[in-house]
Design a protein. Structure first.
Length: 270
């Protein structure tokens, strides 16, 4: 059997089932819950159940959004949070993938690092965020490190699981054909790990936003987390909601971007 034929065989063995085409009306389903929330929100405000400074109307939030968009505060602080999030996500993913490959290949390293990894992962990021501010200062570095740390552990575990999920029969087949370590990595381990790795990346993209904002809550001079704190001190509830919705939008865009990459990269599985 030629090497190219073996690779095609491996692809067929690891191939997933085809997706069924969804009807057009299914695309509208994700909009139903937000529409229902807006409706209930407007009804609660109209009934006067709570004072408007506690729960402002959707129109008040929209007016505040337009106001801070015009004066530049929203875009400036959004850029600060987004840049910190992307930097933390990139660093966290890169370090976790490198270490996970070493751990997946070496049981001794697994035994060495596992206790520390579990201990750090079980510690809430809010607990060590103040330490990072003390060590790295009030600037963006502490927020980037916080974001990278919150991304690091789930990506590490997902990648290790993916690398270890290669079927033994396929690994033995490659070894019997005297495949080089690089061929094993490129044609067997990477395709096996990619689905799990990209699934972890989708979760990590949203976690990176949380890490950046937690750092901003602790100490910052700019960013959406800082904007929320500033608005809270001034009882500007519409501005708080605008910043929160902006954070949700950032997380959603990052999740969608990774999903698009996932569809492209894993097209061979369909």
């Amino acid at each position: 059997m030629q090497t190219s034929s073996v690779y095609e065989y491996l692809r067929r063995q690891m191939k997933g089932s085809r997706r069924e085409t969804r009807p057009i009306w299914r695309a509208l389903v994700p909009l139903l819950l937000p529409a229902l929330v807006l409706l209930v929100w407007q009804v609660v405000v109209s009934l006067g159940v709570y004072p408007e400074f506690i729960i402002p109307s959707p129109s008040a939030v929209l007016a505040k959004f337009i106001d801070v968009l015009r004066d530049g505060r929203l875009l400036a602080n959004t850029w600060v949070t987004l840049s910190q999030t992307l930097a933390g996500l990139t660093i966290g993913v890169a370090l976790s993938v490198l270490l996970s490959y070493a751990i997946a290949k070496n049981r001794l390293l697994d035994d060495l690092f596992s206790p520390l990894i579990i201990a750090l992962q079980s510690t809430p990021v809010v607990a060590y965020a103040p330490l990072l501010v003390i060590w790295f200062g009030n600037g963006p570095t502490s927020k980037v490190v916080t974001s990278a740390l919150i991304v690091f552990f789930p990506m590490l575990m997902n990648t290790v699981v993916g690398l270890r999920s290669v079927p033994k029969s396929l690994r033995d087949l490659m070894l019997s054909l005297r495949a080089t370590p690089w061929q094993m990595f490129k044609h067997l381990e990477v395709p096996a790990a990619l689905p799990v790795l990209l699934g972890g990346l989708k979760v990590s993209a949203t976690l990176a936003v949380i890490g950046s904002v937690v750092g901003e809550f602790v100490s910052a001079r700019a960013g959406l987390g800082w904007l929320i704190n500033d608005a809270r001190y001034n009882y500007d509830t519409p501005l708080v909601l605008v910043a929160v919705l902006m954070l949700a939008a950032i997380a959603r865009v990052l999740y969608a971007a990774v999903s698009m990459v996932e569809k492209r990269v894993l097209a061979w599985r369909r």
